[in-house]
Each structure stands twice: as structure tokens, then as C-alpha cells.
Design a protein around this ligand. Structure first.
Ligand SMILES: *Cc1c(COP(=O)(O)O)cnc(C)c1O
Length: 467
């Protein structure tokens, strides 16, 4: 099931001369790519048409291959075209591709909810489906507000969120997020959350230790809760790693402190596990490395193994009970999406859970983590690399002009893009976030593949920071 027993990938198709080029021309004639200044594709950013995927490898139309070191934006856990997920999806296609979920139940949605709630454990009562991470966050925010309203706490209309957070791109999710690049244009339309600064590795630059930084940041949070606690519906956090915000990592003790503040002030805790859940940091739920027990948990991204969009919003018993009533409308959660609980997406998730249940997976992942640590050790000494860090199978490092004081490169020099280009020429799909280079590999990668992609990353960093 893991790298070694993955079926031999078929030999790449014979290169078709200029096939990539023809697809690029057609692509740029019709597509508007996400999160992209399209003119960049004329001059700067390479566009690679992908013909097929097999295991952790992507193949273009000219037969070149690329190791998917970012799991296709962190969604792909067990590789592309996995035989077990494919087989279950094919069977479901023949049975029931889709049906509405209001007034209707079906096996994949029921079974998936049962299995996710079993993993969440005592205290979690129901699973509500949404279409992707952003809509999952919208559900969580609306629910949290609505719980208090149903309980008569009409004042609780604000949210708290972390500095550097990312929760998606729809207006509610963008509002609680804090990545300037995505947010600033839309600021007039957005929620204004109370911002809590998490401890980061930067806090330790002057020689302080991380736990001291945690204590200081929790003191600041305590002051914010003292001022705004009565107005807050919920605090939303990405447990352990703020991914899109630059792979910023905080220790579990910080989550413990935040959970305690939420309890003291009657504020709900929402764990956004879209990126860090599904075993990415170790346990199935990242927050289980702390004592925190969120009122609402949002899973997405890897939930379907990288096959189909789906989010699961798991809620505690008190959250669910706050909506349960004789009156048909006044207290109900009247939220839906056309494809809520899509059977194909739920089936892909069930197949993914089966793969996660394999007892061989934990030792395999531990081996990959060791391989990352060993192979990336020399990067710590690199004169233009700072803050080398890892939580579970998320590795990151920051490219800096000067190591001392971690003085960053100006964004417009686009050193990360140079690493990306270098990777493409050397069979690696690395997609840095600005100056942050990172690896979020599929779990089916082998240690050998990890060592090879780290070697490319390191050489790419050399190349991008020379002169
Ligand atoms: C990706 C992400 C989202 C948004 O998910 P989409 O499926 O892209 O809408 C929300 N929260 C976190 C932490 C994410 O990483």
C-alpha cells in the first residue's frame, strides 16, 4: 500500500514533440488559473500541462515527470490514481453518483459520518457536510454565531483568529484569515476579527526559548479575551501549523492555553483542520497533540485523498443540541449546498480512511520524517536559509538575504519562484510560498524519493540564492 508495494508505474508515454506547447496555447486561450496574475504566464511562471498522475508522480504531455512534493496543494495523501480509491469510486459511480441530502440519507454519507465521529470520540454528536475547506469554514462560523443566538447571547457577533491565519477565500473565511496578499483588496467587505498573535520561531531569534514565547503570547491573548471575550462567538485556529500563512508552527501548549481561555469566556473553539488533519502532523486530528477539545472541527483537503472536494464539520453535543427544537425553522441551521454530502466524494473519503487504518502507515510515515530530518540537516547551515522547521510531514524553511537576524529577501526578487523553476528542470514539483520553501509529500512517497527531492530542493535553494 505504501511506496514499496505501489504498482510499478507504467513507462511514460512516448514524448509527443511539442505536445506540451499545444496544450499551453489552448490553456492560455481559455483558462483563468487560480491565485495567478495571468500575464505572469507569458513572462515568468512556467505553465505545465499535466497528462496523468501515478503514485506521487505527475507526468506532462511530453512524457517528463515531476515528484508531487506538495501533494497537489496538500490534498493528495496516497498518490494519484490509487487502485483502492479508484475501485471504490468506480463501484459507487455505478450505484449512486449523486442525490440531494435534505430528507435523504445514503450509505457513503452515513458511514463516513459514523467513522469520523468515532475518530473524534466521546463528546462529538454530528457531522455536517460542506463542499470544500472554505465552505466548511463558512458553516463553522455561521454555526458558532447561531449557537449563541439560539442561547440568547445576541452580543456574541465577533470572531477571534490568529495573526497569519489562512481559512479560505470565500468572504467569511477570508475575513478571519490574515494573509495580506489575499485579503487587503477585499478588506472593505470583510469581518474584522480580534487578532491573536501566535508564538513563532521568530520569537526565539534573540535566544529566548519557545515556551517563554508561548507564555508571553498567551498573556497577550488573555488581555484580548478580557476586553472582547463577551462579544466573541468563537476563536478559529489552524492547530499546530498555519500553512498558507507561511508554514508557521506553534507548540501544542499554545492550543491548550487558547482552549482554556475559550472555556473561561464561553467562546467556542473552531479547529480548522483542513490542512493539518488526516494524519498530516501525526495523529488523525492535529489538535490531539494538545488537550484542546474544539467545539467544531473542520476537515477537508486530504479528506478524500485528493480526489474530490468535500468538507466535514464535526460538532460537539452542546453545539448540536442548541439547534434541536420543536419549531421547524426558528432555531434550525438552514444552510445547504447543492452537492452537500456527495456520494462520490464521501466514497473517496471512506477509501482514504481505509488506507489511513493500515497499521503499517505510522512506521512508514515515521521513516519519512526521519528521512526529511537527515536529508535537510545541511540546509540548517546554509547562509541563505533560516527557520528550518518540521511538524509531522510538513517541512519548511525560509530563504533569507542574511542569516543573522533572518533578514528576508524582498518579495519582488521572487527567489521562491527560482526554486520552483529549478525543481521543474529536475523532476520535482516544489511550489514555494513566497520565500518559504516547503515539502508536504504524499504519504506513499518512499524514503529514497524523499532524499532525492530534498537534494533537488537544496540544489534549487543554492541556485536561487547564488549572487
Ligand atoms: C486550504 C485551506 C482552507 C480552504 O480550503 P479550500 O478547499 O481551498 O476552500 C481552509 N483552511 C485551511 C487551513 C486551509 O489550508
Amino acid at each position: 500500500m505504501h511506496g514499496s508495494s505501489y504498482p510499478e508505474s507504467p513507462p511514460p508515454d512516448p514524448p509527443v514533440p511539442g505536445a506540451n506547447r499545444r496544450w499551453i496555447e489552448r490553456d492560455l486561450g481559455v483558462l483563468w488559473h487560480p491565485c495567478t496574475q495571468m500575464k505572469d504566464h507569458e513572462r515568468t511562471i512556467p505553465l505545465v500541462p499535466i497528462a496523468r498522475g501515478q503514485g506521487p508522480w505527475l507526468y506532462d504531455y511530453d512524457g517528463r515527470r515531476y515528484f508531487d512534493a506538495v501533494s497537489s496543494w496538500w490534498v493528495n495523501l496516497f498518490g494519484h490514481a490509487h487502485p483502492a480509491i479508484n475501485a471504490r469510486l468506480s463501484a459507487q459511480l455505478e450505484t449512486l453518483p449523486h442525490v440531494l441530502l435534505a430528507g435523504v440519507g445514503h450509505a457513503p454519507a452515513i458511514e463516513l459520518a459514523e467513522r469520523l465521529l468515532a475518530r473524534a470520540g466521546a463528546g462529538y454528536a454530528r457531522c455536517f457536510y460542506a463542499d470544500d475547506g472554505s465552505t466548511g469554514i463558512e458553516v463553522a462560523l455561521k454555526m458558532a454565531f447561531h449557537v449563541h443566538r439560539n442561547q440568547g447571547a445576541h452580543r456574541r457577533v465577533r470572531f477571534a483568529a490568529l495573526r497569519g491565519a489562512y481559512h479560505g477565500e470565500t468572504l467569511g473565511a477570508l475575513g478571519v484569515g490574515d494573509v495580506e496578499l489575499y485579503r487587503s483588496v477585499y478588506a472593505p467587505l470583510l469581518l474584522e476579527p480580534v487578532r491573536i498573535a501566535p508564538p513563532t520561531v521568530e520569537d526565539t531569534e534573540d535566544g529566548g526559548d519557545l515556551e517563554t514565547a508561548v507564555a508571553r503570547r498567551l498573556e497577550e491573548a488573555r488581555a484580548l479575551f478580557a476586553r472582547h471575550g463577551d462579544d466573541l462567538a468563537a476563536l478559529v485556529v489552524e492547530p499546530l501549523v498555519q500553512c498558507a500563512g507561511g508554514m508557521r508552527m506553534h507548540p501544542p501548549s499554545f492550543l491548550d492555553g487558547l482552549a482554556a481561555l475559550c472555556r473561561e469566556h464561553g467562546v467556542l473553539l473552531i479547529a480548522d483542520e483542513c490542512a493539518v488533519g488526516m494524519g498530516r502532523t501525526g495523529p488523525f486530528f492535529a489538535h490531539r497533540r494538545s488537550q484542546a477539545r474544539p467545539d467544531i472541527i473542520v476537515l477537508s483537503k486530504g479528506l478524500t485523498g485528493g480526489y474530490l472536494p468535500l468538507a466535514a464539520v464535526l460538532v460537539s453535543r452542546p453545539v448540536y443540541d442548541a439547534f434541536y427544537d420543536d419549531d421547524p425553522w426558528s432555531r434550525a441551521f438552514l444552510h445547504s449546498h447543492s452537492y452537500t454530502g456527495n456520494p462520490l466524494a464521501c466514497t473517496a473519503a471512506l477509501a482514504t480512511l481505509d488506507l489511513l487504518d493500515d497499521p503499517g502507515l505510522a512506521p512508514h510515515k515515521a521513516g519519512l520524517e526521519r528521512a526529511i530530518d537527515e536529508a535537510t540537516a545541511p540546509l540548517r547551515e546554509h547562509p541563505h536559509v533560516a527557520h528550518v522547521r518540521r511538524t509531522g510531514l510538513i517541512f519548511a524553511a525560509t530563504l533569507v538575504r542574511e542569516k543573522h537576524g533572518a533578514r528576508p529577501y524582498p518579495a519582488e526578487e521572487r527567489h521562491g519562484l527560482r526554486v520552483f523553476r529549478y525543481g521543474l528542470a529536475h523532476e520535482a514539483w516544489l511550489r514555494p510560498l513566497g520565500n518559504v520553501v516547503y515539502l508536504i509529500p504524499p504519504y506513499v512517497a518512499t524514503e529514497e524519493e524523499i532524499r532525492r527531492v530534498v537534494a533537488v530542493l537544496a540544489a534549487g535553494v543554492d541556485d536561487a540564492t547564488r549572487d
